[in-house]
Design a protein around this ligand. Structure first.
Ligand code: NAP
Length: 336
């Protein structure tokens, strides 16, 4: 077998206006980079496509730097070390790092975390045992301060984060867990496979009406992945002292005009609600606690996770667009 000399990377070709299209990406061949002192060369095996990457396609900093036009995009990836100029890692080691969207990456060894393929399938480190799982864990338990007996509503419930939030709440003694998602199949999956007490398709009618029917006694916790109409409906359904973890607002990521705020915001004070936004990177300190609790649940099959797999680096832009449009159930992953 000849050793490849060419790498492939996906670059941001232009900034999107509204929903991104394939024209916003380019697939470019480059020479395989050489590692310098303290660096490793990694051949990527899997990469993650995530909603936050949509924000990085825009100009202007939010909580992460924007991608540069003409440069390779970045994101979570799992790869095998091909060559190493660091004592910390050796060829054959499998690592988690942040230079996805390319076939080969050179990075300082200290930016790579070794993962054990014997402990869990590699893709799990990008999903349920990775950033996604930690987001669900931190948001539900530390931001919304979930308590046994709570009624919990989670939007984006059949997605990577939402599906873990709902199951964790059930496992920890929620009175009732309600999910919303964008298709009848996803609604069935939430109830039949993941043990949600109720679920609805937000495309079937007003969210407020569907939520009121699913939560006749109101909700104590809302885990928001969607924003907009969902957030307004959750404020409308919230019980006294309700707690909201504001995790994401994907309904607004492609908006071309400023969205209007919840029209019922006065209920936040009337009901003494707590609405708290969070970014998972501020909670990396919870990683050991999270893994100690969640990894055994996953290993025992008590916490289930689904993945939607796309094949090939060149299909990563399509997988990303499909994920934004709801084609995924569970975590969207690209296998290179
Ligand atoms: P995901 O839920 O696996 O995938 C995105 C899903 O969003 C799609 O499958 C689609 O499902 C749904 N969606 C798209 N447009 C929508 C709309 N207009 N209204 C309602 N739902 C819509 O993605 P994820 O990685 O788990 O992320 C979920 C949310 O968490 C995102 O908002 C993301 O930005 C946020 N997040 C935040 C942090 C943090 O640190 N705060 C970390 C990770 C993720 P349907 O078929 O149901 O429409």
């Amino acid at each position: 077998m000849t050793t490849p000399t060419t790498a492939t990377e996906i670059r941001l070709a232009s900034r999107p206006h509204g929903m991104p299209t394939m024209d916003n990406f380019s697939v470019v061949e480059t020479p395989i980079p050489e590692p310098g002192d303290g660096e490793i060369l990694v051949r990527n095996l899997l990469m993650s496509v995530d909603p936050y990457m949509r924000g990085r396609m825009n100009a202007g900093k939010s909580y992460v730097e924007p991608f540069a036009v003409g440069a390779a995009m970045e994101g979570g990836a799992i790869g095998e070390v091909v060559s190493s100029r660091s004592d910390a890692l050796k060829p054959g080691d499998v690592v988690l790092h942040q230079l996805g969207w390319r076939s080969h990456a050179v990075l300082p060894a200290r930016y790579a975390v070794k993962v054990d393929p014997e402990v869990a399938p590699l893709s799990a480190y990008l999903g349920v045992l990775g950033m996604t799982g930690l987001t669900a864990y931190a948001g539900l338990l530390h931001i919304a301060e979930f308590r046994e007996g709570d009624t919990v509503f989670v939007s984006g419930a059949a997605g990577a984060v939402g599906s873990i939030v709902g199951q964790l709440a059930k496992l920890k003694g929620a009175k009732r867990v309600i999910g919303s998602a964008g298709s009848a199949d996803k609604v069935r999956h939430l109830i039949d496979d993941l043990g949600f007490d109720a679920a609805f398709n937000y495309k079937d009618g007003p969210v407020a009406e569907q939520l009121a029917a699913a939560a006749p006694d109101g909700i104590d916790v809302y885990f928001d992945n969607v924003g907009g109409e969902h957030l307004e409906a959750a404020i409308g359904a919230a019980n006294l002292n309700g707690r909201f973890a504001l995790c994401g607002m994907i309904s607004q990521y492609n908006a071309t005009e400023a969205p209007t705020g919840p029209s019922n915001i006065v209920r936040v004070l009337q009901q003494r609600l707590t609405l708290r936004g969070f970014i998972v990177s501020d909670h990396f300190g919870l990683k050991n606690e999270f893994l100690a609790e969640v990894a055994p649940l996953v290993a025992a099959g008590q916490l289930r996770y689904q993945e939607t797999l796309a094949e090939g680096l060149a299909n990563a832009p399509r997988a990303f667009l499909d994920m934004l449009a709801g084609a995924n159930t569970g975590k969207m992953i690209v296998r290179l």
